[in-house]
Design a protein around this ligand. Structure first.
Ligand code: 1GP
Length: 254
């Protein structure tokens, strides 16, 4: 049976772009709101749900995963902010190493704590290089992770960071400007990293218009991750999905 990693590779090899909807359990305060988003994601043939956040205060991670899984077959991938965000009923976990930072806890420390717990689950482990790129102001993830994001105009530094992550065996690369970022990651930065590595490239943070989504795809992103904007305007998902669909049909202006 193909794994979730296989699905990233297959899409990448076919030149198909994908969408991941990020659900921050702290921001879905009621089941109806979450259900609306789940239904929209299904209608729009979204590829993945990512679930997690820098800080979860509501203790509802398991409930969010349960509600998604009972409604749809879209894979649920954990996007953990720390080692306690391991929910065995999800399908996979982004095993994130925060390679843009120099906080050993997020390079290897939390992983040691989480490894034996994950080992006892059926979660598919997706070794992922996680790179924070400066977006103009301090984001929650930069603050909570106690790391300095890569400067947004240091293309070579970012490319070498991604390259090193890939050489260390990381299978996916996730470039993040941080949830609700003022500015998404620039196309120039995405292209610099795209040229440096072969791994599927996930890009998120501050993508709140279809124009920004398309710019990220054109620059070389394989998967765009959308969270914050949908919490405010779930209907935006249809617009974004249309762009990805057009791209995948070869209709998008290049
Ligand atoms: C954040 O990349 C994700 O870690 C998504 O960002 O919430 O800004 O869409 P947004």
């Amino acid at each position: 049976m193909p794994t979730i990693f296989d699905s990233f590779i297959e899409k990448q090899q076919a030149g198909r772009k994908s969408i991941a909807v990020l659900i921050d359990p702290d921001k879905v305060d009621d089941g109806a709101k979450l259900q609306h988003l789940i239904n929209l994601a299904t209608e729009n043939l979204v590829d993945y749900f990512f679930v997690g956040g820098s800080l979860i205060t509501t203790n509802n991670l398991a409930e969010v995963v349960r509600q998604i899984k009972k409604s749809v077959t879209i894979p649920v991938v954990l996007f953990p902010g720390n080692s306690i965000q391991v929910e065995p009923t999800a399908d996979a976990i982004l095993f994130l190493s925060l390679i843009s930072g120099r906080n050993p806890e997020l390079l290897i420390g939390q992983h040691v704590i989480a490894a034996p717990i994950i080992k006892n689950t059926k979660l598919e482990v997706l070794p992922t290089g996680y790179m924070l790129i400066n977006s103009g102001r301090i984001t929650s993830v930069a603050y909570v992770s106690n790391t300095i994001p890569l400067p947004e105009d240091k293309y070579s530094l970012a490319a070498c960071t991604a390259m090193a992550g890939e050489m260390l065996g990381l299978k996916l690369m996730y470039l993040d400007a941080g949830s609700g970022a003022e500015n998404p990651i620039s196309p120039r930065m995405i292209t610099a990293i795209r040229k440096a590595i072969k791994a599927p490239l996930l890009v998120g943070g501050g993508i709140n218009t279809s124009h920004k989504a398309l710019a990220a795809l054109e620059a070389g992103a394989d998967t765009i991750v959308i969270g914050n904007a949908l919490e405010k305007d779930p209907a935006l998902l249809t617009e974004l999905a249309d762009k990805v669909y057009e791209w995948n049909q070869g209709l998008a202006k290049k």
